[in-house]
Design a protein around this ligand. Structure first.
Ligand code: FES
Length: 182
């Protein structure tokens, strides 16, 4: 059997000389040796770039967390007047930032509740169902208790983030964020 010549640049995968190759392979020769080298080099480049992106991503998360910790408690926000929200009604607001959607809910004359609208499973927007006493996530049918924010059905395990409220002179204010794990 012919030993493949390592110096030969254009080599058929079966190692046979060119005259023994079929027409299609002679007309479209592939430099197998060079092709393998390129594939290895491409793979190494891909792995290095992927690892680099991963390291940069981790570094970015650390920096974000560091700055978030230094920001202090969020400022107070006026959400609306008591009399503009009917019993069983809800109002969308953004707190603490403009990209943080939250829900204000009124369950009876005296009780107002507010939660971060992001589901704790994969961050879909939850929808209040005051009559059923829960907040529903349509993405994977997760469900949270209306009064506590606890996960009661579906994939979510952690409770919704609660927004603390204060009512002064008939006006409802968001005053802080209550992070909970259970
Ligand atoms: S994102 Fe809410 S249940 Fe999956």
């Amino acid at each position: 059997m012919n030993k493949p010549d390592p110096e030969q640049r254009t080599m058929a995968p079966d190692g046979q000389p060119e005259p023994a190759q079929p027409d299609w392979r002679r007309e479209f020769p592939i430099d197998t040796v060079q092709d393998n080298e390129v594939a290895r080099r491409d793979f190494t480049t891909f792995m290095v770039l992927t690892s680099l992106a991963f390291v940069v991503g981790q570094f970015w998360i650390v920096v974000q967390n560091r700055f978030r910790g230094q920001k202090g408690p969020p400022a107070e926000l006026e959400i609306g007047r008591v009399d503009e929200i009917p019993i069983g009604g809800a109002k969308l607001f953004h707190y603490p930032g403009e990209h943080d959607p939250c829900l204000l809910l009124r369950t009876d004359t005296q009780t107002f509740l507010a939660y971060d609208q992001k589901c704790t499973h994969l961050s879909c927007a939850v929808v209040p169902s005051v009559e059923e006493g829960c907040l529903l996530c349509p993405c994977h049918l997760g469900s949270f208790d209306l009064h506590s924010g606890r996960a009661i059905a579906g994939p979510p395990r952690r409770p919704l983030t609660r927004i603390t409220l204060e009512i002064r002179a008939g006006v409802i204010y968001a005053t802080g964020i209550e992070l909970r794990t259970v």
